[in-house]
Design a protein around this ligand. Sequence first.
Ligand code: ATP
Ligand code: MG
Ligand code: FE
Length: 344
Amino acid sequence: PLVLGIETSCDETGVALVRGRELLVDTVASSMDDHARYGGIIPEVASRAHLEAMIPTLERTLGTADVDLSEVDAVAVTAGPGLVGPLTIGASAAKALALALDKPLYGVNHVIGHAAVDELVHGAFPDRFLSLVVSGGHSSLLLVDDVATSVTELGSTLDDAAGEAFDKVGRLLGLPYPGGPHIDRLAREGDPTAIRFPRGLTARKDQEKHADDFSFSGLKTAVARWVEARTDAGEEIPVPDVAASFAEAVADVLTAKTIAACHRHEVDTLVVGGGFSANSQLRDMAAARCAEAGIELRIPPIRYCTDNGAMIAALGSAVVRAGVAPSSLDIGVDSSMPLTVSHV
Ligand code: ATP
Ligand code: MG
Ligand code: FE
């Protein structure tokens, strides 16, 4: 079946067409330029941008794929988690399309979509795998038996998400919003061993209760203190070294804890997804450590790590394959949709 996927949970308007596990076309429009000067996403601005971008993005996707709307077999849309206003614009568009075309609607989970998109790149998933989803709002370890019907959340961040921590450290280093990609770029010129920043929840005492959880706010505070102390002393801040040492600490914790979880849960495939999986320090360290541990690592190319419509069409397609009943046309959106719920 040909599945149309619509994503509007944050600042990207994404529309894509997927048939089975094959991606036909993926189109993304972003309103990030309108938010950057505020240092964060303004929900009302994002909602209006989705409203303006929806029809053109849909038309561009259909045109590029040379597909007529009547050929679409199912419509998948992000039902949550995300910003309520933006989610509502996407859900309204999807419902209108499903109703007009008389085709089934599937409301799906954005965060699980960040994992599901990898099927379009690296093929069918194995029967059981672990997924590390790291983004602006989430840092979670998922045990996946079936991306459409059986996802268990093993653990998550107790405070900041990895991308959020990067954006906050970016702000304190005076970098533009979002800081994540800027820190990534600067870190490549710095020395990752220059400063030893703390590794949250890796102490022996945390292993029992929080083996699969993360914490990045202590690290963020440690960076702030380090920078403050140098600034007060009138010293120059070695920004590339701070960026590299900070990025090293985040990548170290994420990869060490995730690989330990793979061993504990006896899985040999790891799928990494979400906007933060664009991070080069994380990608490099995950590749090296998974190779060493005998774990097959699957990370999609960067354009499928950040928000897009392909991830929603991919999960929608998996849900259709699983034979799940379609969503009702009066489903609501859920800003804090649990990560154990693939579809509503
Ligand atoms: P969620 O998926 O939890 O709803 P989101 O959709 O807002 O959150 P994504 O778009 O998936 O988040 O990811 C955006 C985050 O990824 C931002 O915090 C951004 O700084 C971060 N990010 C993107 N590229 C990089 C990079 N190369 N290095 C570090 N962080 C990055
Ligand atoms: Mg985004
Ligand atoms: Fe996302």
